[in-house]
Design a protein. Structure first.
Length: 153
């Protein structure tokens, strides 16, 4: 996941390199008189890597525009936090300053996509980023038939 402008710039350079390498590789394979199918099969790993890099770059660009998807479960909250920081235009160091923690701490948290943080810490990050957050449970979990009957009364 691209998390900073520097990483985005590196990804752009890598994408340009991959495009050139892919073009040269295709030319070499065509010189070997391989069929189009054989050429495609040989290039598939490089094409897949290039497409993944493009997707990461597009995700970062969407985050920069503030286009964050709705959060439907807590499994992806870490990526959402990173996206919110990016959308705000904040660097890792600015978030660290606002949270009164080290840049290294924020960097580690983001590399781990905030996996394992406490609810209290998540709330502090949301408040620091100025995000209003509402959790809505669509369907309560009922333990048994008796609870279901009470719920319908």
């Amino acid at each position: 996941m691209i998390r900073t402008d520097a990483e985005y710039k590196n990804a752009q350079e890598k994408l340009d390199q991959e495009q050139d390498t892919l073009k040269r590789q295709r030319e070499q394979l065509e010189e070997m008189d391989l069929s189009e199918e054989e050429t495609q099969r040989a290039l598939e790993p490089m094409v897949s890597f290039r497409d993944g890099l493009r997707e990461e770059m597009e995700t970062y660009e969407r985050m920069r525009r503030g286009d964050l998807s709705a959060l439907h479960n807590l499994n992806s909250i870490g990526r959402w936090f990173i996206g919110a920081r990016i959308a705000k235009g904040w660097s890792l160091s600015k978030l660290a300053d606002k949270l009164d923690v080290s840049v290294q701490q924020v960097s580690r948290d983001e590399q781990n996509e905030y996996h394992g943080i406490t609810a209290k810490r998540a709330q502090r990050i949301l408040e620091t980023l100025g995000v209003r957050f509402r959790l809505e449970v669509e369907e309560p979990v009922l333990s048994g038939e008796e609870d279901r009957e009470k719920a319908t009364v």
